[in-house]
Structure formats: structure tokens, C-alpha cells
Design a protein around this ligand. Structure first.
Ligand code: PHE
Length: 359
């Protein structure tokens, strides 16, 4: 049959030159499609003599096969080239260091609250809570601080605004965590062993005072508790918290809600202007405490003939400053990112006794 060689050359060259799949598809249709050139040639077979057909038939089939395999080969090659191109342009250097994700830090107050909670939990204390907006009854009266008592003004109390004609009893921003003592006694009675960490408010502002700060209250009631138990619990706490045996010194004091009352100092010294807790013969005041006053037990609905116990109140921010060497309390609440990154804790630093509480 004539003309097969030029046909073959035309298509094989065309296929080799095709630069994408749609060009290949056009070539396939015009060459070996139903109405393509090879099909037209096939039709001529009918007009041939049997002898001619015996030669032309296989030749046409062979041509068709050859074109089809050239198409398939070119298609595969184009696919490989496309992949090569992607690999070349979309490369990625897996040896480069990752971009650090910006992570927040745990505020020292949160961290120290967790540390305090972990230590007291180990001594059987659970956590109690109360509201920050408190009635003046819980904040004062129930704690044996009558209306005319100087403590109400000494504490520089914030009073909640009352609209004219609103004669509900006055509310305050709680000035200490002690009202949680009353709330807990009223709800759960005695015996008990709780701490109550939280925010408190007083109108005061200087290097060691901010209008909002944090306290942790302690309350333990039982049938045979004394100041000796209080002293043991506190020394146990401070030794665990500072990671070194810490002695305490009790100084007689006065709080309306405890009798007797004591202010507690921890042992410390200054070496070259640096504070060292748990060594030397200096003392630093850290908390107020005492045996719960019978009137306070009564306000909490606890029988003061059957139960007695101790209470204490300690500044969380203050012990955080002491433990982590933070000089100015005001910076605690400025939300300065540089300060937070410097004094903040990793979210993975979960305080617990076995981990040494981040000493
Ligand atoms: N509430 C007292 C204060 O804020 C501390 C305290 C608590 C003292 C419990 C004695 C007992 O100063």
C-alpha cells in the first residue's frame, strides 16, 4: 500500500513534538480516531484484491499500533516532565529550622497559686472560693469587724455604687479572702481544711501595693487544733515552697477575727543586697494568722464549744516576688509583654512536689 511511510513519519514526528496532552489528543483523533487517516486507509482495503489485502492489512494494523504506542510513550514522558517541573519549582528545604510559634507564658501569680495549691493539697487542704464583690456582712460583720471598727477604713475599702433608692445592703470589693472562711463554714461546717486563693482589693498604690492583689486564705477546724499545728503547717509550707528549711517567727498581733493573733515572719538574710530566704538571722513578715475567734465560728454556724481551729492570710504576689526575685509589684499587672516573657513560666512547667516546684 502506498503512502504509509510518509504517514508514519508525519505522525511519529508530530507526536514527538507535541508539548501537552491536548495536542496529543488532537493527533490521536486525526491519526487513529474513527474518522482518522488510518481508518480512511482501512476503508480502501475493501477495494483490494485478496493478495493486496494480505499485505496492506497487517501493515495498516502495525502502523496503528505503532502510532498508539508512540502516543502512550509521549503521554508518559509529558507526565514525567510535568512532575519534574513541579519538583523543581516546589522544592522545600527540610533542613531549615522551623519558625518558632509565639507562645504565651504563665503569669507568676498563676504559677505561684498553683504551687501553693499543690503544697497545701499534699497536707490535705482543698480549695474553696468566694465572690470578689462581697456583701459588707461577709467581708466585715461576720468577721467580727463591726461598722464603727477602724479596720473598715484602714483597709481603704472600695464600695460598690448604689443608685438612689436602692436599699440593698452595701457591697464592697472584698478587701481580703477571709470572707471565704464564713461562706465555707456556712456551707460545709466543721471539721474542715481549706485554702482560698483569689483577688482582693484595697485603694492603695506604690512599689509594694496595687489596688488589686492576691491573697490565699487558710482555714483548718477540728476538735484539737492549736497554734502549734498552725506553726507546723506554715513551716512545712514555706520549706516546700522555697525548697529549703524555713523557720518562722510568730509575733503577737491583733485581728478582730482571730484570738490570739500572730503576724508571721520567715527567716532570711541579705547578702550583698540580695535576699536569701531560710538562712541568717533576719526576719521578713509574710502573713497574718491566729486561732479563729468564737464569734467568727458562730457567724459561720459552727459550734465553738465543739470546734476550734486556725486561720491565716498570705499575699500571693508578695511570696511570688520573694521566691522569683521580682522587684516591683506594680509591673505584675501592667501586661508588658517583655516582663511577661521574662518572668512568665512555660506552659509545660506544671508545679508539683516531685518536680521541685520550679526552684
Ligand atoms: N485577713 C487578714 C489580712 O488581710 C489576714 C488574716 C487572715 C489574719 C486570717 C488572720 C487570719 O490582713
Amino acid at each position: 500500500m502506498d503512502g504509509l511511510e510518509p504517514l508514519k513519519k508525519k505522525y511519529l514526528d508530530g507526536i514527538m513534538a507535541a508539548s501537552d496532552e491536548s495536542a496529543l489528543e488532537d493527533l490521536r483523533l486525526t491519526a487513529v480516531g474513527k474518522k482518522g487517516e488510518v481508518a480512511l486507509k482501512m476503508r480502501e482495503l475493501g477495494k483490494m484484491t485478496p493478495e493486496e489485502r494480505q499485505v496492506a492489512g497487517p501493515a495498516l494494523n502495525a502502523l496503528k499500533d505503532e502510532i498508539n504506542s508512540a502516543l502512550a510513550a509521549r503521554k508518559a514522558a509529558l507526565g514525567d516532565a510535568a512532575l519534574e517541573e513541579r519538583l523543581r519549582t516546589e522544592w522545600l528545604d527540610v533542613t531549615l529550622a522551623g519558625r518558632p510559634a509565639r507562645q504565651g507564658t504563665i503569669h507568676p501569680v498563676s504559677q505561684v497559686s498553683e504551687e501553693v495549691t499543690a503544697i497545701f493539697a499534699d497536707m490535705g487542704f482543698s480549695v474553696a472560693e468566694g465572690p470578689q464583690v462581697e456583701s459588707d456582712w461577709f467581708n466585715f460583720d461576720a468577721l467580727n469587724i463591726p461598722p464603727e471598727h477602724p479596720t473598715r477604713t484602714e483597709m481603704d475599702t472600695f464600695y460598690m455604687h448604689r443608685a438612689e433608692g436602692d436599699d440593698r445592703p452595701p457591697h464592697v470589693l472584698r478587701t481580703h479572702t477571709s470572707p471565704v472562711q464564713i461562706r465555707h463554714m456556712q456551707e460545709f461546717g466543721a471539721p474542715c481544711r481549706i485554702i482560698a486563693p483569689g483577688r482582693v482589693y484595697r485603694a492603695d498604690y506604690d512599689q509594694t501595693h496595687t489596688p488589686m492583689f492576691h491573697q490565699v486564705e487558710g482555714l483548718a477546724l477540728g476538735t484539737d487544733l492549736s497554734m502549734a499545728n498552725l506553726k507546723w503547717v506554715l513551716e512545712e509550707f514555706f520549706s516546700a515552697f522555697f525548697g529549703i528549711k524555713v523557720k518562722t517567727r510568730f509575733r503577737a498581733s491583733h485581728f478582730p477575727f482571730t484570738e490570739p493573733s500572730a503576724e508571721v515572719d520567715i527567716q532570711c538574710s541579705w547578702v550583698n543586697g540580695q535576699l536569701r530566704i531560710g538562712e541568717g538571722d533576719g526576719w521578713m513578715e509574710v502573713l497574718g494568722s491566729g486561732m479563729v475567734h468564737p464569734k467568727v465560728l458562730a457567724a459561720g454556724g459552727v459550734d465553738s464549744d465543739a470546734f476550734q481551729g486556725f486561720a491565716f492570710g498570705m499575699g500571693i504576689d508578695r511570696i511570688a516576688m520573694l521566691k522569683y526575685g521580682i522587684p516591683d509589684l506594680r509591673a505584675f499587672f501592667d501586661s508588658d509583654l517583655r516582663w511577661l516573657r521574662h518572668y512568665g513560666f512555660s506552659t509545660l512547667d506544671q508545679p508539683n512536689l516531685h518536680g521541685g516546684l520550679n526552684r
